[in-house]
Structure formats: C-alpha cells, structure tokens
Ligand binder design. Sequence first.
Ligand code: ATP
Ligand code: SKM
Ligand code: MG
Length: 167
Amino acid sequence: MKSIYLTGFMGAGKTTIGKALGEYLEMPVFDTDEEIEKIEKQTISEIFEQQGEAYFRACETRILGELSKDDAVITTGGGIICRDENRKLLKNQGIVIFLFASEEEISKRLERDETRPLLRGDKLERIGTLYQERLPIYKQAADYIIDTNGKGINEVVKEIVGCLNLQ
Ligand SMILES: Nc1ncnc2c1ncn2[C@@H]1O[C@H](COP(=O)(O)OP(=O)(O)OP(=O)(O)O)[C@@H](O)[C@H]1O
Ligand SMILES: O=C(O)C1=C[C@@H](O)[C@@H](O)[C@H](O)C1
Ligand SMILES: [Mg+2]
C-alpha cells in the first residue's frame, strides 16, 4: 500500500502516534525530524541555531523526497506543509492524515517542552500565530483529518486504522 504520512502542528502527536501506528500495522516508521538529525548529526535546535531555518527547510524537502517508499508510516515535521513543493510531494507519494488538536490542547501538551526552536520566547503567542497561519494549510493538504482532542494514543491509532479500512 501507499505510505501513510502524518501531518499536524507541533505537539499534535505525529511522532508519538506514528510509532504506535507502525507497530500496530507492522510497518516501518520514519520521522523526517529524526532522519534530519541522524544525517546532520545535530539536534533540530542546533540546526536552527547554527545553520538557520532555511537550511533546515532544505534538508526537510530533500528527506521528504527520499522517503518516497511504499508500506511505511512517515511522520513529518510540523512545518512541512508550508512549502508548496512539500505539499506536492505529500500528495503524490501517499495518504496524508492531518492529526488535529486544538490550540488549547497543543498549548497544554507543549507547556513544559523546550525542544521546539520556533516556540522560543512567548510560547503561547508563538503557538497562536503559527497555529492560525497553518491550520487552513493542514486542512487543505490532507486526505483525512483525525481529531485527537481528549483521545489517548491507542484511540487515535484505532481511528486512523478505521478510516483507512485497515482493521
Ligand atoms: N493524543 C495525545 N494525548 C495526550 N498527549 C499527547 C497525545 N499525542 C501526543 N501527546 C504528547 O504531546 C507531546 C508532543 O507529541 P509529539 O512529539 O508526538 O508531537 P509531534 O506532532 O511529533 O510534534 P513536532 O511537530 O514538534 O515533531 C508529547 O509529550 C506526547 O506524549
Ligand atoms: O512546526 C515546525 O515548523 C517545526 C516542527 C518540528 O517538527 C520541527 O520540524 C521543527 O522544530 C519545526
Ligand atoms: Mg515529531
């Protein structure tokens, strides 16, 4: 089958849900952020600090193109849908599932997380601005939308499996 791509805002649970989904479906899982960290031998924060966001975005597009295998779960970085080129790759390469979580839920999940470079400074304000900018793009780039608000990891996995008729 075509690969399953999980998209969504930082903290939507792409990495967490993707790992559980891959186990459930017995499919390999690739995370674009983790692949970039392996290749660059730096954390995402270090790449942003030392090479800048434009460099990170170029790595992200390259990795997305390289991860065009079938039969895999691919979990993406929160900003992947911002580039037109990436949206085309996603559309052509697989099934795109947008993991929705409300701005309030995202703010709660990321309250104590200091690993996201784009949320430095006033975190709630940064989340608010990026969330409003990106929400329509996630929706537009998605084949399916799964609401994760108030749901546990296994519940979300079951919903994805159900909506793809894979159960
Ligand atoms: N459905 C959920 N309910 C409660 N907490 C969740 C849920 N999904 C994820 N989380 C928690 O939210 C935090 C962020 O999750 P995760 O790192 O998977 O997000 P992400 O979408 O991959 O973010 P990023 O775009 O920054 O990579 C983690 O602490 C995770 O345990
Ligand atoms: O939403 C974003 O733009 C990002 C999300 C993370 O997954 C990382 O890709 C990085 O921190 C940028
Ligand atoms: Mg992630």
